[in-house]
Design a protein. Structure first.
Length: 295
């Protein structure tokens, strides 16, 4: 589990639901990610510069008081300016992606290396199938235990992890063969992850799952990768530079809830020495792993 906490509130500050899924590891940097399903108030007047400064000062002061209270440090806030051309709402009160517009804001704390768009897809599934029926949240029914359990299952990719168990032994045996084959070319580890880059299993003697998380924390931000394609990025482990190859397998599971569907492909990762040469090996691994998942 690399998503640690989820919170659901209204844009007016009403605290509807919060769930600590797992304690954040000590000393680990995390992102607090925002997913906004509220109306875009186009009629609001622009704030004057003097008032903006006062609002900013109040925000910063409140944030630092909050960070002291929860014993966490804040290092960076990232904002994105609005596009000049507003996205128009459909007549049925939905946005351009088909999500119901409300006053709902969902946040989650997670590892920094997770793929943001993949998390957003999971949050959208939770919102559209579990939260929308509760709107308006201030007067809506509280979440029931089965609904809370379902939220955790979606966040933790339980369906993908359970499906992986059906092929675990075959994948382990094949990974050992491939690591032996590519040992002289610098390959040191193989990993399978969910579609948001949460590690499921790692193969090879050099890196454990915890080692792999350390490696991923040193990566730059990773965007969604198209099916069957690979990228490679530089990371650091024990003060040494290494290469991390990341590929979208194009095969996976389909998460379903109340008619909504979300396809979740597995991602494959290769860890290699900085002076390694893998050539066409990533494509070969994709083919062989996919054959196992397709049985």
């Amino acid at each position: 589990m690399t998503i640690y906490e989820i919170t659901i509130i209204t844009t007016t500050g009403y605290p509807y639901f919060t769930k600590l899924v797992k304690e954040i590891p000590e000393g680990v940097r995390v992102f607090l990610r925002f997913f906004d399903f509220s109306y875009d108030r186009e009629d609001e007047e622009q704030i004057e510069m003097e008032s903006m400064f006062e609002l900013t000062a109040g925000l910063i002061s409140a944030l630092f008081e909050f960070s002291r209270a929860i014993n966490k440090k804040i290092f960076m806030l990232e904002f994105q300016s609005k596009k000049e051309q507003k996205e128009k709402l459909n007549l049925d009160g939905k946005d351009a992606e088909g999500n119901t517009i409300s006053e709902t804001l969902i946040t989650c704390s997670s590892e920094t290396y997770l793929i943001h768009n993949s998390i957003r897809e999971k949050i959208k599934l939770i919102y559209n199938t579990i939260i929308v029926p509760k709107i308006p949240l201030m007067t809506g029914d509280p979440l029931l235990t089965p609904e809370i359990d379902r939220i955790v299952e979606i966040l933790d990719d339980v369906k993908a992890r359970n499906n992986f168990l059906n092929f675990k032994e075959d994948l382990r045996d094949l990974s050992k063969e491939l690591l032996d084959e590519m040992n002289d070319y610098g390959l040191e580890g193989i990993c399978i992850s969910t579609f948001d880059l949460s590690p499921i299993e790692t193969y090879g003697d050099k890196y454990s799952l915890e080692n792999l998380k350390e490696i991923l924390r040193n990566l730059p931000q990773i965007s969604t990768i198209p099916p069957f394609e690979w990228i490679y990025r530089q990371s650091i482990y024990e003060e040494k530079e290494i290469w991390v190859y990341i590929g979208n397998s194009g095969v996976g599971v389909t998460e379903q809830h109340l008619g909504e569907k979300l396809f979740e492909p597995y991602y494959y990762l290769l860890i290699s020495k900085f002076d390694s040469y893998l050539g066409e090996f990533p494509a070969k691994l994709t083919q062989k792993f996919n054959e196992i998942f397709s049985k």
